[in-house]
Ligand binder design. Structure first.
Ligand SMILES: [Fe+2]
Length: 385
């Protein structure tokens, strides 16, 4: 019965071959010159050249920026923005890659039309107006950044990830071509999809979950339960790739409105300080957070169990919910996602510090379905140790 406002990208092109439509889509924004943000790995794999070629076929000039590293910094976002600001004829910004490239692309497009620096806009709805049109092309199936209103950049000195959230960061177009993903190695397929699963589970159970986000979130859980093991086992299985990309997109649509919960809040300090990939940190934390959160909504965790293909007939509501938690954990095991912080050299004596960092991410902690104290967070970290 709650009133809600739903966010997503202005449009979505999805399917194998979507990349062939990129030139026309850019011309639709009346652009003859684009800023293409990517990373050195994609450059080495030839994917940047492929996308660049697809754009140049339509006589559109490309300014390349391929300096994006995992967990990009605020400074990198500003460096990219300076280029866009200095070349006035750039009409569209493209983010090609995982979340990192898309985050840098969104922020540089935003700063083209908004004065000041990244730090002026960190937080919720501080951006004053739309930046340049943006096209997001994910090369993993995980982050959902292609449809979200957020850009997350790192403050290196404080070891913190800081989010800029605004309706003006919502991409103009999400262009998702699952066939771009067939060469992803199994470990990346697994970790990025665990990010998507964390989005889906957290959006579905969040305080800000609404009927419309539930549709996308639960369907995403179902697709991941059904297809992720196949995509992991054989990356060239196009049906599996298609459906996992769809699952990541759906989960991204869900979090753009419902946001995430404690698994993300507990993952952020770990990835910030120990340089873990976002999906790995989420995959590690999700089973423990789900176990803790389960009591807050047994019915929804039972639905997660069903969506993940578990049999729940005849079970009590609590046992069905527990099946949901176990199904998540089993998926992590099957995909070789590390399940212990100690696997990354994290020791008990840093848990107080990590807990304080996580507890400080109020916008997420307050969205978690079970109220969390600082002691609860330490308890969850201790379970995950
Ligand atoms: Fe995430």
């Amino acid at each position: 019965m709650k009133t809600f406002k739903f966010f997503t990208s202005q449009s979505i092109v999805f399917g194998c071959g979507a990349l062939d439509r990129l030139g026309d889509e850019i011309l639709g924004f009346n652009s003859k010159k684009v800023f293409l943000v990517a990373d050195p790995v994609l450059e080495k794999l030839g994917i940047v050249d492929r996308v660049k070629g697809a754009i140049e076929k339509s006589q559109i000039e490309v300014v390349l920026f391929t300096k994006v590293e995992p967990n990009p910094t605020i400074e990198l976002g500003e460096e990219a923005a300076e280029i866009v600001r200095s070349q006035k004829d750039i009409g569209t910004v493209i983010g090609l890659g995982g979340g990192s490239s898309m985050d840098v692309a969104k922020i540089s497009a935003m700063l083209a039309n908004n004065p000041g620096s990244v730090r002026d806009y960190i937080g919720v709805e501080k951006v004053k107006q739309f930046g340049l049109p943006t096209i997001m092309i994910p090369t993993t199936a995980g982050t959902g950044s292609e449809v979200s209103n957020a850009s997350i950049l790192a403050d290196k000195q404080k070891h913190l990830k800081l989010g800029t959230m605004s309706r003006f960061l919502t991409p103009s177009l999400a262009l998702v071509d699952p066939c771009l993903l067939t060469s992803l190695p199994p470990s990346v397929t697994a970790s990025t999809a665990m990010d998507a699963l964390t989005h889906a589970v957290e959006a579905y159970t969040a305080n800000k979950a609404y009927p419309m986000t539930d549709l996308f979130a639960l369907k995403s859980v179902e697709l991941i339960g059904k297809y992720l093991r196949q995509a992991y086992s054989n990356g060239e299985n196009l049906e599996a790739r298609y459906n996992i990309s769809l699952a990541a997109l759906y989960a991204g649509i869900a979090i753009a409105t419902a946001s995430v919960g404690a698994a993300h809040a507990l993952a952020y300090p770990v990835e910030g300080e120990y340089n873990l990939a976002h999906g790995v940190a989420n995959g590690l934390m999700l089973p423990y957070v789900a176990e803790f959160n389960m009591l807050s909504n047994l019915g929804k965790y039972g639905e997660i169990a069903k969506a993940m293909g578990e049999r729940v007939e005849g079970l009590s509501e609590r046992d069905a919910a527990l099946k949901g938690v176990e199904a998540i954990k089993q998926l992590c095991v099957d995909l070789s996602i590390p399940l212990h912080l100690r696997d990354f050299g994290i020791k008990e004596d840093v848990l107080d510090h990590l807990s304080e960092q996580a507890f400080g991410i109020k916008r997420i902690i307050d969205n978690n379905p079970r109220k969390l104290t600082l002691a609860d967070i330490k308890k969850i970290y201790t379970m995950a140790l």
